[in-house]
Ligand binder design. Structure first.
Ligand SMILES: [Zn+2]
Length: 177
């Protein structure tokens, strides 16, 4: 499902380069009992600082996240939206926004086509934003992110859960045009 799309480049025919970001453990601290409310959404301190470098380099930022807490009945679409508003507010204060947010609300046993490592959400984003896959990246803290990224043909980087993006940003900037 889509929580946000800021624009589409389809209309002027320019393909955009994207950094696809997993959310929990990459942008905010992962919790074993899920991030169910805005209060439980605690951003990793320097993440805005590092993501801004990608924005300045011309990347669009798209969040792709599994949120089975909704399917499990532990939280709601509405709460998730409020959580993302909190995230966007923090990023706005740093001079940028996440351009798109896509999430899977299903449980693993639902066998849907959007829960990572399935690529349904990425396919939607690639179509809706008109993404240049070869120049795009997937960053995640889970093997499912890397698998999905490889399936769609992006470059992928797996990070430690809840760690700084410092080295990741350097790697992307050093390997991008
Ligand atoms: Zn799903």
């Amino acid at each position: 499902m889509r929580d946000l799309i800021s624009f589409s480049s389809k209309y002027d025919g320019t393909k955009v380069k994207v950094v696809f970001l997993d959310r929990d453990g990459v942008i905010n601290f992962e919790r074993k009992d899920y991030v169910k409310t805005p209060d439980e959404f605690q951003i990793i301190p320097d993440v805005a600082f590092w993501l801004k470098f990608l924005v300045d380099k011309g990347f669009k930022l798209i969040v792709v996240t599994n949120q089975s807490m909704i399917g499990r009945g532990l939280s709601t679409h509405e709460n998730l939206h409020l959580i993302h508003q909190k995230m966007q507010k923090i990023f706005s204060e740093n001079g940028f926004q996440i351009d798109g947010i896509y999430y899977c609300p299903h449980k693993p046993e639902d066998s849907c086509s959007c829960r990572k490592p399935e690529i349904g959400l990425y396919k939607n984003a690639i179509d809706e934003f008109y993404v240049n896959i070869k120049n795009s990246w997937v960053i995640g803290n889970d093997v499912t992110d890397v698998l999905a990224g490889e399936r769609i043909g992006c470059k992928t980087i797996k990070i430690q859960t809840n760690s700084s993006l410092k080295d990741v940003i350097s790697e992307i900037l050093n390997n991008s045009t």
